[in-house]
Design a protein around this ligand. Structure first.
Ligand code: PMT
Length: 417
């Protein structure tokens, strides 16, 4: 029997083909998927593709005589647990935000009582337009969930934010939303038993973790950037360990090579600025903050709009500015018993520098790794670290898998509660 019924709405952008994969992944997660497309989406993907894979009629037009139901948008919208829009264009977002119902998908949204999740994809300028952002804010206020687009090379050959989030991540966020009890069962600020599958009898149940993961990418021009070697393995290992011990986990991920764990909410913050604003938007709900990301300390003062030409330049000087120190700011503004954990990636006097970071930033714990040691630090499956806690002895952890180290870190964190 199907676990959940998902209405998959596909609007007309180049990423429409990725909706096919989203549909397959939802089916693999035992969801029953029905598909609705805008007229423009059918220019990118044939309704037949979805029909063949779902075995159901794909609705594009309410007035199509082939529709199984004469008022299809009402039936479609009432028989789903989630309306998931992949990809969402600026146009469909605008219609949803303004109550315009001039086609099947926009009428379905207006008639829908289920939860709604939107995964936008569009050109960076369209994404950044105040009109688009206003519409998104309005929809958020109406209770709509967003899977934010990420930065990358777009179909129009520019580089910037607007690329559809990875399909696995979209599905994992959709499944998480479906598994949560509705807000009316406890209200958004009440600790729920999410995710029920992981939460039973564990020592972090009731905690809400916010973890920064991976490296950041600071644009020099549309082609080049400053970054580092962080893979996200350590941060994702912590996210998985906290999840398995009953915590609700949100990660803000920069650039990562590792896969995010299932059952964890993933937001993207590719540059230090983006990571900073994603953390600011989430920190109020958190009970534990972990800064596992390798955030660039400096970013170019002005990223060039066009590719910087190398002709006639033997040297190029970049002017850099300090990025916001996310960890220090979270620690400085903390309230309500928020625990704050930092990492320190050092190449000498590891414990000395880590301790001074802990004191300067007022942290509860620092995990110090000597990244010069084999089997420690960036992009390895293992780590070697020293845990420092406020008022406690330093705890040396020998080389071990990052997942095991994550549990050792959480063991110490539990003692601080
Ligand atoms: O991702 P992996 O490949 O698994 O590698 C793991 C890791 C080596 C990246 C990880 O274990 C680690 O050490 N992360 C922190 C690396 C780092 O940037 O250290 P730092 O000493 O520069 O920063 C200290 C702390 O401040 C960190 O918690 C960092 O997230 C935070 N910070 C730093 C700068 C900034 N602008 N904002 C921050 O929040």
């Amino acid at each position: 029997m199907s676990k959940f019924r998902v209405g998959l709405g596909v609007s007309g952008g180049i990423a429409a083909y990725k909706a096919v994969e989203v549909m397959r992944l939802l089916q693999k997660a035992a969801c029953e998927v029905s598909v609705a497309m805008t007229r423009h989406a059918t220019e990118f993907v044939q309704p037949l593709t979805f029909r063949a894979l779902t075995g159901g009629h794909v609705i594009v037009d309410d007035y199509d005589p082939a529709n199984p139901d004469p008022i299809a948008h009402i039936k479609f919208s009432q028989e789903i647990d989630l309306l998931l829009i992949v990809p969402a264009t600026a146009n469909i977002i605008g219609k949803f935000a303004n109550g315009i119902a001039d086609d099947f998908l926009s009428s379905t949204y207006l008639a829908c009582t289920a939860q709604v999740m939107i995964a936008p994809a569009m050109n960076t300028t369209m994404w950044e337009q105040p009109a688009t952002q206003r519409n998104i804010e309005r929809l958020r206020a109406d209770g709509v969930h967003f899977v934010e687009p990420v930065a990358g090379e777009l179909a129009c050959k520019t580089v910037g934010t607007g690329k559809l989030e990875d399909v696995e991540n979209i599905v994992s966020q959709a499944m998480r939303l479906l598994s949560e009890p509705p807000a009316s069962a406890g209200g958004p600020d009440v600790v729920t038993d999410w995710p029920a599958a992981y939460a039973a009898g564990s020592d972090l149940s009731g905690e809400r973790f916010l973890i920064t993961v991976g490296g950041t990418r600071e644009a020099i021009d549309p082609v080049r950037f400053i970054s580092n070697h962080s893979s996200g393995k350590m941060g994702f290992a912590l996210a998985a360990a906290a999840r398995d011990r009953g915590a609700e986990v949100t990660v803000v991920a920069g650039v990562t090579a590792a896969e995010p764990p299932k059952g964890v909410r993933v937001l993207r913050g590719i540059s230090a600025e983006e990571m900073h604003s994603a953390v600011k938007g989430e920190i109020e709900r958190a009970t534990v903050f972990v800064g596992a990301a390798a955030v660039a300390d400096y970013a170019p003062v002005n990223a060039a709009d066009a590719k910087i030409k190398k002709e006639g330049k033997e040297q190029l000087t970049l002017e850099l500015k300090k990025t916001p120190d996310i960890l220090a700011e979270v620690s400085r503004n903390r309230t309500n018993g928020l625990l704050v954990v930092g990492f320190a990636a050092e190449t000498s006097d590891v414990v000395g520098y880590a301790r001074s970071k802990m004191e300067k930033k007022g942290l509860d714990m620092v995990v110090a790794n000597d990244i010069t040691r084999e089997g420690a630090g960036f992009n390895t499956d293992t780590n070697i670290a020293t845990i420092l806690t406020r008022g406690g002895e330093a705890i040396d952890l020998p080389m071990m898998p990052k997942r095991e180290m994550a549990d050792r870190i959480l063991d110490e964190l539990v003692k601080l509660r």
